[in-house]
Design a protein around this ligand. Structure first.
Ligand code: ATP
Ligand code: MG
Length: 374
C-alpha cells in the first residue's frame, strides 16, 4: 500500500506550507503610493514616485538601486524624517501621517536606524553613544547600565566601552551604531548603506550581526544598498528602485531565478559570471558557434527541483545530447541556486519537448541562441 506522496510532492507540500506561513505573518510596514519631491534652485526633483510596498514582521527587506534612485529618501519617509507629499505610511497598524507629534515620537522609538558613515558622537565614549537613546528616554541609571552592557556583549565590544569612536575601526563603529539603534528595543531596524564604507570581510561580519539581530531579537530589517551581494547574503525579499520608482519586487529566490527588468538582471549579473555568455555570443566566440541542430540554453534551478538528475534524464528520454558550457552555483538563503549554460543537440521537436519537460520540473529555461538561425 502506498502511504502519502513521493519525495517531490512532499517537498512541494512543505514549500506551500512555508509560503502560507510567510503570508500569515503580520504586516509591519506598508507604504501606499508614497511620493516625495524636493524644490531645488534647478527646479523640482521627484525623488520618490508612487511607491507601494509591504514589509512583513521578521522579514529582511532589501531596497536596491543606483545612486540617486531615491532609496534614502524612501527610507526616510518610513520614519518620517522626510514627510511624504502624498500616500500612506502604515507602521505597526498606524498611519504615521495622521499621528500627533507626541504619538509620532513614540512610534519612531520603535524604529532604529544606521547609516553608511555611522554617525556616532565623536566626543562621547562607546558606552555613552549606546546609552544616548536611553538617556533621552529618561531611563534610570541601573536600567541604562544593564541595557548598554547587554548590547556591548551582543556586539562583542565590552572591553572597548571607554574608547572613543575615533579609536575604533569602521566595522567596530558600525557595531556600536547597531547597538545604539537597538537600545530603545525597536521593532524595525532601518539600514541605509550600512556596509558601503566597509571592506568585504567586515561587510560579512556586519551582515552576520544584522542577521543575528533579525533572527534572535525578532527585529524586522530594511536594508538599503546598491550591492546585490548584500541582498543575496541576507534579504528575504527585495524591491528594485530606478528613478524614484520601484520597478520590480519579489522574494529573493524567484528574483534571482527570473529577474524581469533589465536593471534587476544587471544587478544580479554582478553576483555571478554566467552572464559572460552574452558577451561570448556577441563576440561570436567559438564556444557559441552552433551546428544547425544545436541550441544554446541557460537553465536555472533551486534546491527544491534538483533532486533528479534532470540533464541525463532528458538526454535519454528525448534522444538529445546536452553538453555543459559552464555553470555556477550560488548559495541564496542557505539554499543552492544553480545556473547551467548548455548546448542541446537534437531535432527541433525533441529539443522543444525536452525544454518543456525541464520547465515542468520547475527549472527556468532560456534559449539564448539557435544554430539554424545563424
Ligand atoms: N533634501 C534634498 N533636497 C533636494 N534634493 C534631494 C534631497 N534629498 C534627496 N534629493 C534628491 O533626490 C534624489 C534621490 O536621492 P536619494 O538620496 O534618495 O538617492 P539614493 O538612492 O539614496 O542615492 P545614493 O545611493 O547616492 O545614496 C536625488 O536626485 C537627490 O539629489
Ligand atoms: Mg542614499
Amino acid at each position: 500500500m502506498k502511504i502519502g506522496g513521493n519525495a517531490n510532492s512532499l517537498s512541494s507540500y512543505c514549500g506551500a506550507e512555508v509560503f502560507l506561513l510567510e503570508r500569515m505573518k503580520k504586516e509591519m510596514i506598508r507604504l501606499e503610493h508614497v511620493t516625495k519631491s524636493f524644490q531645488t534652485k534647478d527646479g523640482e526633483v521627484h525623488a520618490v514616485k508612487d511607491v507601494s510596498l509591504e514589509v512583513r514582521e521578521g522579514q529582511i527587506y532589501g531596497i536596491i538601486g543606483f545612486s540617486g534612485a531615491g532609496k534614502s529618501t524612501l527610507v526616510r519617509c518610513i520614519n518620517l524624517l522626510e514627510r511624504p507629499d502624498d500616500g500612506k505610511v502604515i507602521f505597526d497598524g498606524k498611519n504615521l501621517l495622521e499621528l500627533s507629534d507626541k504619538e509620532l515620537r513614540a512610534e519612531r522609538q520603535k524604529m532604529g536606524m544606521i547609516f553608511q558613515h555611522f554617525n556616532l558622537l565623536r566626543a562621547k565614549t562607546i558606552y555613552e553613544n549606546i546609552a544616548l537613546p536611553l538617556r533621552m528616554m529618561k531611563k534610570d541609571k541601573q536600567e541604562i547600565d544593564r541595557k548598554v552592557m547587554e548590547l556591548l556583549e551582543l556586539i562583542d565590544l565590552v572591553e572597548r566601552k571607554d574608547s572613543y569612536p575615533s579609536q575604533l575601526s569602521g566595522g567596530q563603529k558600525q557595531r556600536v551604531a547597531i547597538a545604539r539603534a537597538l537600545a530603545s528595543d525597536p521593532k524595525v531596524l532601518l539600514c541605509d548603506e550600512a556596509t558601503s564604507a566597509l571592506d568585504p570581510q567586515t561587510t560579512q561580519s556586519i551582515l552576520r550581526l544584522i542577521k543575528k539581530v533579525n533572527r534572535e531579537m525578532k527585529i524586522t530589517v530594511i536594508m538599503i544598498t546598491h550591492e546585490m551581494l548584500v541582498v543575496k547574503e541576507i534579504c528575504d525579499r527585495v524591491a528594485v528602485m530606478e528613478n524614484g520608482r520601484v520597478v520590480e519586487k519579489n522574494d529573493i529566490v524567484p528574483i534571482f531565478i527570473n529577474p524581469v527588468e533589465e536593471i534587476t538582471q544587471n544587478f544580479i549579473n554582478t553576483t555571478n559570471n554566467t552572464n559572460k555568455i552574452n558577451e561570448l555570443i556577441e563576440e561570436k566566440h567559438p564556444l557559441t558557434q552552433l551546428a544547425p541542430d544545436q541550441q544554446l540554453v541557460r537553465l536555472k534551478y533551486s534546491s527544491s527541483n534538483t533532486k533528479e538528475a534532470l540533464i541525463s534524464e532528458i538526454s535519454r528520454r528525448f534522444h538529445i545530447d546536452c553538453s555543459i558550457v559552464f555553470g555556477n552555483v550560488e548559495v541564496i538563503k542557505d539554499a543552492p541556486l544553480g545556473t547551467l549554460v548548455t548546448i542541446f543537440t537534437g531535432t527541433d521537436e525533441n529539443i522543444k519537448r525536452a525544454l518543456d519537460y525541464t520547465r515542468e520540473h520547475g527549472v527556468y529555461v532560456e534559449v539564448m541562441k539557435r544554430g539554424h538561425i545563424d
